[in-house]
Structure formats: structure tokens, C-alpha cells
Ligand binder design. Structure first.
Ligand code: ADP
Ligand code: ADP
Length: 229
């Protein structure tokens, strides 16, 4: 079964008009699916439902064939990793920040995620490598480096699905470009769902789902959507 199936999902916050109305889409394994839409479209709400912070009120959400309303919340959050904008760093070493959510990771797994996120070269340049203190008490990482570290940390947990919520917000053009390459690499290893504001910037997504006022307005490849816009 596909890693994520969202099928006619409906959700309203208490006393509010529906935030999601009959939303359906499927994410393909090890591909990048972008959820695009203006502010208020329902993107964040959709990510909240996928993590079971709230329960959807109509329709179904399936994770690799399992109905998430029948899975316990801890299990859902083990299978789905989430990275948002501006990841804070712990007062500790680079290694502690990396293995925070996956203690006991072996060196080969750590080397893999560092290579995938392009952080291997950064770590080589740190005075004590992985054991260099970062954050307030140590070396300052740039915004883009912190976001790549957050993605490496998430991947180390071997999630089935990685949710990325505006992870390139607040970055300069160069850092954003590097981070996009990391996202593309991550999406070859893991199923990635990514929230974006604008269609124009998500050219590398396998499929885009355009949300507007809680409804799916269109789905397709970047080229298909530009042709119908
Ligand atoms: P997006 O992420 O695309 O900007 P949201 O999912 O945040 O959209 O919001 C969808 C709709 O739900 C909006 O009308 C928003 O005002 C409303 N909404 C979001 N969060 C809450 C909340 N906690 N309580 C009530 N309404 C909310
Ligand atoms: P904003 O409108 O907030 O500036 P963008 O539309 O530029 O946001 O991008 C939002 C998200 O889309 C970011 O999280 C970024 O990682 C992702 N993104 C943009 N372009 C690409 C791309 N070519 N490949 C992969 N991800 C992308």
C-alpha cells in the first residue's frame, strides 16, 4: 500500500467553519509530495491530522495500509517525523543534537545521514568533530545548517514519512538552495511531504497538491499545474 493515503478527509476546529473539506491525495513511496497553498488553506491542519494531534472528523487517513485512527498516537509519531522552520539547538554537542531522538544510533547510520544532508564536510571542519559543542555554549551553526541537522536527526529515527513544514523560511538564497538539495536527497530515502507557499519554488516535487480554503484545488506535476493555471 502507499505510504500515505488521505481519503475525503474533513476537519473543523470547534465552533469554526471546516478547515479541511473532502481532502484526498496519495503520496508515493520515496518521493516528494508538496502541499501548496496560501495562508489559511489548511496545510498546517493537515500535518496536525497526519501526526494525530487532532482526529479527523470524516474520511480516512491510511499510513502504509493502517488506518491511523486505529493506531495509537505514540506509534503514529514514531512512524512520522516532523521538521518545522527555525529548529532550536540543544545546549550540547553536535552529536547530542543529532542523536537526540534516536539514542544508540550506530556510527554507520550517523555517517549515512551526515552524508545525505551534506553535513559530513561541516563536521570534519569542527574542532572536535561530532563532539564539538554547538549552540549557545559552542560553535554557531547557520540557519541552513541547523535545518539540515534537524532533517538528519529526523532521518536517523528511520521514519516512514517525513513532514517538512516551511523548512526554508528565513534562509538566504544560497542556504535555501543547499537545503533543497538535502530535501531532494531525503526524498530518495524516505517519503517526504512538504508544505510550501508558492508553486513556483517547488519544481522538484514529484507531485503537488494545491489546497485552497480547505479544499484540494488541483493535483499534478509542476508542469501540469502551470499548464492549467
Ligand atoms: P495554513 O497552514 O495553510 O496557513 P491552517 O491549517 O493553519 O492553514 O488554517 C486553516 C484554517 O483553520 C484557517 O481558517 C485558520 O484560521 C483555522 N485554524 C487553524 N488553527 C486553528 C485553531 N487552533 N483554532 C481554530 N482555528 C484554527
Ligand atoms: P515561501 O513562500 O515561504 O518563501 P517557498 O515556496 O519558497 O516558501 O518554499 C517553501 C518550501 O518549499 C520550503 O520548505 C522549501 O524547502 C520547499 N521547496 C521549495 N522549492 C523546492 C524545490 N525545488 N525542491 C524541494 N523543495 C523545495
Amino acid at each position: 500500500p502507499p505510504p500515505v493515503v488521505v481519503d475525503e478527509v474533513t476537519f473543523a476546529y470547534p465552533g469554526r467553519p471546516p478547515a479541511l473539506i473532502g481532502v484526498s491525495f496519495t503520496a508515493e513511496p520515496r518521493k516528494l509530495t508538496a502541499i501548496v497553498g496560501p495562508s489559511g488553506a489548511g496545510k498546517t491542519t493537515l500535518f496536525s491530522l497526519l501526526q494525530r494531534f487532532y482526529d479527523h472528523q470524516g474520511g480516512r487517513i491510511m499510513l502504509a495500509g493502517d488506518d491511523i485512527s486505529r493506531c495509537d498516537r505514540a506509534e503514529v509519531r514514531q512512524r512520522i517525523a516532523y521538521v518545522e522552520q527555525d529548529t532550536p539547538m540543544l545546549a550540547g554537542t553536535f552529536r547530542e543534537n543529532l542523536v537526540y531522538a534516536a539514542p544508540g544510533s550506530d556510527p554507520a547510520a550517523i555517517a549515512d545521514v551526515l552524508a545525505l544532508t551534506g553535513l559530513d564536510r561541516l563536521v570534519q571542519q569542527l574542532p572536535d568533530g561530532l563532539d564539538t559543542p554547538v549552540g549557545v555554549r559552542g560553535v554557531t551553526l547557520s540557519g541552513g545548517e541547523r535545518q539540515r541537522l534537524a532533517i538528519a536527526r529526523a532521518l536517523l529515527r528511520r521514519p516512514q514519512v517525513l513532514l517538512l513544514d516551511e523548512v526554508t523560511a528565513h534562509l538566504d538564497a544560497r542556504s535555501e538552495h543547499t537545503l533543497r538539495r538535502t530535501i531532494e536527497a531525503a526524498s530518495r530515502e524516505c517519503t517526504v511531504l512538504l508544505i510550501a507557499h508558492r508553486l513556483s519554488t517547488v519544481t522538484s516535487a514529484h507531485r503537488l497538491v494545491v489546497l485552497d480554503q480547505g479544499r484540494v484545488r488541483s493535483t499534478g506535476t509542476h508542469a501540469e499545474l502551470l499548464a492549467t493555471d
